[in-house]
Design a protein around this ligand. Structure first.
Ligand code: TXA
Ligand code: MG
Length: 321
């Protein structure tokens, strides 16, 4: 099956109704979508992505009214965040209603759910009478796709259709938050496209980051993820480059381009902006990977705004056993 790329919403909707997979644009990364209420359709996601069965999927819905159908109840504080940041890069993790199958949540009683902020996908969701289960549209463990072309590179022949919504605006996955009934606290389980500072300003309290590296609350948060084929080393470029053959090196600078005699150099942000760096991160990682270098050397981002989420991705992408 040759994969087609286009803007045909009728076609995308029809395929999804028939239980097929369609790659969809969101503001974060492209998703690989299926009818979340069909076990057969959802199981295709696991096959195509080569995704371990223990790793649950995020549900995508068009609005708050729809979201409420798939959770048992919506705590006030979580609703406040949704009102402020949805549609947008916010995923909430809450006890699921009986409409959500165990296949989507990988047996967990909690469901992760969000309202994506992309006009095409919101239009698509409004045409369907079911939510979409959608992980990032990449093969498990590799870099997430931020354009239709990225999806095509990995999934050509494996899915019938890619809905082309251009390059994604945020560029890294959504921030996943949970809620503890007893302490009434919001906790971050995955750093992502919505910064901690923005959320704290909304609910007027400190938010804890709870990312267990050995037993993550979100099973997909593996130590090794977003891996490039070329080994990626993160840190001080001058230190990292010392014992290497610079002709075989690719450098990813955060914002300031210091010239080195290397194979190729990239800059994540020309304006020292973590939002711009996040938007460029996965695209530049892919381009750097295509240079056939011995190593990719990359600088850490400043630990503020989306810099924390960028560093989280870099840490996993550079993880070696
Ligand atoms: O921005 C995003 O969130 C993108 C776009 C496509 O929406 N999606 C995405 O999905 O990043 P995925 O599957 O690549 O990552 C979802 C993460 C995984 O770490 C998974 O383990 C976790 O969310 N997750 C999903 N459902 C969960 C659940 N019921 N309980 C705990 N973690 C869950
Ligand atoms: Mg993913």
């Amino acid at each position: 099956m040759q994969t087609q790329i286009g803007l045909d919403l009728d076609k995308a909707a029809q395929l999804l109704i028939e239980g097929e997979l369609v790659a969809i644009p969101t503001e974060t990364v492209y998703g690989l979508a299926a009818n979340a209420l069909s076990a057969e359709a959802v199981s295709k996601i696991y096959q195509v992505k080569n995704r371990p069965q223990f790793n649950p999927l995020i549900l995508h819905v068009a609005n708050l009214f729809e979201l409420k159908k798939y959770v048992l109840n919506l705590p006030k504080k979580v609703e406040l965040l949704i009102q402020k940041f949805s549609p947008g890069p916010l995923t909430v993790l809450l006890p699921k209603s009986e409409l959500v199958s165990d296949l989507v949540t990988a047996g967990s009683s909690n469901v992760a759910i969000r309202i994506p902020n992309h006009p095409l996908t919101l239009d698509l969701l409004n045409r369907l009478d079911f939510p979409l289960a959608a992980p990032s549209a990449n093969i498990s463990g590799t870099v997430s796709p931020t354009s239709a072309e990225h999806v095509f590179e990995q999934l050509n022949d494996k899915i019938p259709y890619i809905l082309d919504g251009g390059e994604t605006s945020i560029g890294i996955e959504s921030t996943i938050v949970g809620y503890d009934d007893r302490s009434e606290e919001i906790t971050i389980h995955r750093l992502g496209g919505l910064s901690i500072e923005e959320m704290e300003a909304c609910i007027h309290e400190k938010i804890r980051v709870d990312i267990h590296h050995d037993q993550p609350t979100t099973p997909g948060q593996l130590k090794s993820h977003y891996a490039t084929q070329t080994p990626l080393l993160v840190g001080n470029i001058d230190e990292l480059i010392k014992d290497k053959n610079s002709k075989e090196i690719v450098i990813i600078n955060y914002h300031q381009l210091k010239e080195y005699e290397v194979k190729k150099q990239f800059v994540l942000s020309n304006h020292n902006s973590s939002a711009e760096a996040a938007q460029n991160l996965f695209k530049i990682m892919r381009e750097a990977d295509k240079c056939q270098a011995q190593y990719i050397l990359c600088e850490w981002a400043p630990e503020e705004g989306l810099g924390l989420a960028i560093n989280d991705r870099l840490e996993r992408a550079s993880y070696t056993m």
